[in-house]
Ligand binder design. Structure first.
Ligand SMILES: [Zn+2]
Length: 237
């Protein structure tokens, strides 16, 4: 192999690798299925989203949202919904939106189309049966998509949702979460936080709870309406 050909091959491989990395992780990627990461920049509205629930800690979050009359979107795992059906139904009863976050929160990357379809379908069936709502939104575990996801989303009518800002609330203090979210907030922003930790029981989300209790008044003071993701994407007015 000549050096020129070898260099060309390396460049092509690097190019393919970069495209793959973009497709899997970039918030704006739609390579592996239709996906959004923000709403309209023309409206003063934002969406708080919470992943990995329902958990034993979710009711405390529902109480805070209720006190502030704020609606949010919860991307739930099917296995957690089966474990805590009453909490999943309480989320729906509170006027919040429920989205699909796979059944077991295992990463989709490097897995077959069959595995991906099973993870997404099983979660959808659990949420429909137990929470009694039919999700139209999907968020991939770790925000990582993979070939095979587009077909699963199409079959179930699911739109992928990434985020405008992620709170990194699994590791940051409440102060740092609030500062990070407020630094990046803008019209149409989708904010990613967590009311669970994958399939853990009794996850510690104290910093998230404190942060949310402070974020909502700050967002309202800036004139933002707090909407579900579907309301953010399809406003009625
Ligand atoms: Zn997650």
């Amino acid at each position: 192999m000549s050096e020129v050909v070898a260099e060309g091959l390396v460049a092509a491989l690097c190019g393919a690798g970069a495209i793959m990395a973009y497709g899997v992780r970039a918030r704006s990627s739609t390579l592996f299925g239709p996906s959004v990461y923000h709403g309209s920049p023309a409206r003063n509205a934002v969406a708080l989203t919470f992943d990995d629930g329902p958990s034993e800690s979710t009711p405390a979050l529902l109480k805070i949202l209720d006190e502030h009359q704020a609606q949010a979107t919860f991307f739930q795992c099917g296995a957690n919904v089966e474990r805590l059906g009453e909490v999943a139904r309480a989320v729906a009863r509170g006027g919040h939106e429920i989205g699909n976050h796979t059944y077991s929160h295992r990463p989709l990357y490097l897995h077959s189309s069959g595995f991906i379809e099973n993870e997404v379908t099983r979660a959808q069936e659990s949420i429909v049966k137990i929470a009694r709502v039919k999700p139209t939104l999907f968020r991939a575990p770790f925000g990582a998509r993979w070939p095979g996801l587009a077909s699963a989303q199409r079959k179930l009518g699911l739109l992928g949702v990434m985020w405008t800002v992620i709170g990194r609330d699994w590791k940051l203090s409440a102060d740092a979460i609030v500062a990070r979210v407020m630094r990046h907030i803008c019209n149409g922003a989708i904010v990613c936080l967590h009311d669970g930790r994958k399939l853990q029981t009794k996850p510690e989300i104290g910093e998230t709870l404190q942060a949310v209790g402070r974020l909502i008044p700050l967002l309202k003071a800036r004139g933002y309406r707090l909407e579900t993701v579907s309301q953010l994407l399809c406003p009625r007015n």
